[in-house]
Every structure is written in C-alpha cells, then in structure tokens.
Design a protein. Sequence first.
Lengths: 291, 318
Amino acid sequence: MSTRTLVSPAALARPRGKAVYWTVFTAVLVLFALAFLFPVYWMVTGALKSPDEVARTPPTLVPEHWHPGGYTDAWDLMQLPQHLGNTLVQAAGAWAFQLVFCTAAAYSLSKLKPAFGKVVLGGILATLMVPAQALVVPKYLTVADLPLIHTSLLNDPLAVWLPAVANAFNLYLLKRFFDQLPREVLEAAEIDGAGRLRTLWSVVLPMSRPVLGVVSIFALVAVWQDFLWPLMVFSDTAKQPISVALVQLSQNIQLTVLIAAMVIASIPMVALFLVFQRHIIAGISAGSTKG
Amino acid sequence: MTKTAERPPARAAAHPVPEPPPCAGDRRRRRLVDQARAYGFLLGGLLCFALFSWYPAIRAVVIAFQTYTPGSPPEWAGTANFTRVLHDPEFAAAWRNTLMFTLLALLIGFAIPFVLALVLNELRHAKAFFRVVVYLPVMIPPVVSALLWKWFYDPGAGLANEALRFLHLPTSHWSNGTDTALVSLVVVATWANMGGTVLIYLAALQSIPGELYEAAELDGANLLQRVRHVTVPQTRFVILMLMLLQIIATMQVFTEPFVITGGGPENATVTVLYLIYKYAFLYNDFGGACALSVMLLLLLGAFSAVYLRLTRSEEDTA
C-alpha cells in the first residue's frame, strides 16, 4: 500500500524532506526502543543479576556476572510448573468450552431460527452494556453456590470455563460471520441428507476458519491475562494460575527470583503474539474499523 | 419447509427414509422438531449466559437491598447498604480517584497514541517492526507489567529515580507519594494498553483517501492545517469510540492499584472496583459490595449505551 498520506511523496523526495524524514525515523526508533523494549530488556537481564547487583546504584546496564540461577530458583521455589499448568488448563478449557457452546449457539441463532431468537440475541447483546468487572461480586456468589443444584465451583477450573462461555462479544462475532455464509451452501448440504450437526461440522466450521482463529486468540489471551476473577475464585494456592500466584508470592521472595518468574510468566503470551503477530494485528485493525 | 418437494427423485430413492406427503399436522410436528433442534444447539450457551450474566445482574440489585452473609438466609435491609457505603470516607476517595484516573488516562493515554499513530503512518520503513514493538506490552500479563513498574518505582534502586539522577533531576516518590501515586499508575496503564489504541488509529488513518490530502495541499494547507482539517474530521468517529471504550475500561481499573500500591498511600489510589473487592473479601459485607456495584453499573451502563447507540447509527449510515 503506497497511498498518499499526510506528507506528500514529492516533499519526501526533496533533500530537506529526506533529512527530516530520517531524523524523525531515528527519533521514533530510539523512543520505541527506550519506551517499549528497554523495560523488557531490563526485566530479562535483571533476573540474571546477583541480588547485590540488582540493588546497586547506579545500576549496571549489562549483568557483570551471569546468574541463570534466578530462573531455576523461580522455577523450583515458586512452583512455576504447577501454576503455569493451572493457567494452561484454565485457558485451554475456557477456549474449548467457548468454541463448542458459543459456536453452537451462534449457529442456532444465525441459521436455525429458534422461536424468540431475537429476544435471546437481545439479551445476550445487552450484557455488552454491563461491564464484566462491575458484576464480579454477584458472579462470585453465584459460582460459590450454584442455584438449584447448590454446588460450589470455587477452586475448580469450571469456575473459569463456564463463565467464559457467557462472552457476548465472541458469540456476536461468530453469529455475524455465520450470517454472511451463503444460504445455498447450507441448503445443499441439507439436501444431501446432512443433519444440522453434520452441516455445522463439515460445512460451516471449515468455512469459518478466520473467525474461529480470532475467537480462539481472544479466548486464550483473556484467561491468561485475567487477574481479579481468579484471585477471587482460587483461594487454594495449589489451584492458582500464574497471575495470582505471582502477586501472592511477590511479598516474601527475593527480587531477582521474582523478576525471573515474571519473565517466565510472560513468555507464553509473547511467544503466541510473535508467532501469530500478523493475524493478531490484522484482527485488531480490521475489527476496529468495523466497529 | 418445502425443501422436500424440491428434492430430486434420484436422491430421494437413495435416501432410506421415504418422505411422507406433507399435511398440516405433520408440518406442525416438523416445526416442533426444528425448534427442539434449534434450542438444543442454543442450550449450553443460553445456560451460561443465564447463570453468569443475567442472574448476577439481577442479584446485584437484590443483594444491594439485603444484609447478606454467605451461609445464612439474607434479610431485607432497605437502603441501609447505600447509606453505610455513602458515609464511608473511602467512598468519596474511591470515586474521586477513579474519576481522576480516568481523566488523567484520557489526557496522557489519548493524545500520545494519536500522535504516535500519526507519525508511524508517515514512516516508510520498518513498519511491521514498529507495530510489533508497540503492541508487545499489551501481550505481557497485566500482573507482570504492574510488578515490573512497582520495581521501577522503587525508591531505592528503582529505574525511574535512577533515570532522574542520570539526568540530574530531583527524584520523586512515584507510586509511594500521596500526590504522585495516581499519576504513576496512569503511566503504567498507558504503557501497558497503548498498543491496541495505536493500531486502531493506524487502521483508521489508512482508510483516509489520499485525494483529500492532495486537495488540501493544493489549497495551500500546511502540515498542521492538514491534520486539523483532514485527519481529525476523517477519524473523528474512531476517536470518539476509543474515548468511550477507554472511559469504560479505566473506570474498572483494579490490577494496577491492587498490585503496585495496595490502594495507598493514605487511600490515594483506592478505586471503586478495589473498594468493591474490599467490601466483599475484607469486610465480608456483600450487601455493601453489591450496593457499590449497582452504582458503578449504572454509570458504566450509561456510557455503554451511548457507545452502542453511536456504533449502531454509524453502521446504519455506512
């Protein structure tokens, strides 16, 4: 894309324009490096310093002696495998539940014409107006004592999985995508004798790969980054995800070990981002202009 | 319902179940079966919405008027919860801090991403690199960025004061000073969330037709005039949307004050959501927590309604 922007190509081609351009370019490069990359660098190398070196003023830019021990200590002392495992189970389950139930519900609302479908959709969209965080306390009370069956889901991954399904944004995204699928294709499948489930599985879903990818990333990231909800729901230390465990343990642990644990906790999402960066960035840009 | 009639004979022969001729009673039964199927697909999602969205919303309002302790039957309390919460000195502090936080986040976190996007859109090199770098902090778990900045703000060996010393400037108390704590938290939130805003602005900037800039330039408009008369009007809708979304998001701030300052010093960073958390899990006062939730809900609901109304009308005109 080489469309015309604020500054004309002609102005940039002039010697003075070129000089200004490269000055601005360098300035932005330095600014971005300082503002966004340097804090990350500081974190990664901070964990490699010795406890004395990390507390020294003025600080050292590069660790004098490399202490990878910070990382191994964090791994062992803070039980990171366990907490990372908990996070993984919670995120993967929330993802699976959302894909199954949101897809099925969106398919039904979009193509199966349930009676009162409009009312149901309205009720779902209305939850978009109710910011999730404002309702955490009554939601917590519901999870602690489910109506009718009077079971508590506290300290159970189901407490993350089931509420994750009630995601109006993802459901609406799926429904809107299904709305655009041509009617004839689904009818053709039906004429061939495929049932509703079969149509969904072998016709609708293969055609919906892009939107399923976006919903999957949103679902995974949301659970991985969440803090307040797991803080409320998992009082049992052994069940806590990494985000809650980090904060709980941050009080009485050596700084270098804590920093190492922070780095380790960041790796999965940053890696996910670097692998899927093109899709994620395209998704944010596209989703936004559509509103 | 007339699909059966259109079915080609060859297929019908291959199909084991012969289709009976349609009649009124049969049609009604088929419709019922169709409805049962439709609701079968809908059921799981519907149950989750009912349990974890609709029911808690109703319950927040009900419990706000009750004395509620888990395990014992609730009692009606009239407006006692509201009066108690309103008389809590922390209540005023929490609202003041939340509104101040939102305002500062708009001032700091709004102009900077717009200017950054404006400049990035003009750069012809390393475009993908800049986009990845600006979005990187968004992918770092919020808890980690909060802990990271808590360390930067450390009065001893924190990077923030080291930087000031390096520049021969007076040091600051950052998150530990009553008058600097809130601003310090806004900086963290801005750093952590700016990437998304920048990317959305970039997308909006790229949708501006180049002819508009050309025409403006022919009319003799200089750079700033072009920004003012072409860029801003063309992206006005996106700016407004993001502003509303940001207000809704920052009014619910919790992680940064909880992790970095614990609401202190002297309640300087207690936010409404933090106070809700305290009422529920420190004071065990769920009635008070729900009364606060209802107040927050009403305010944020109003903002959300405006947001949805605006997006809806934009979609209609588009």
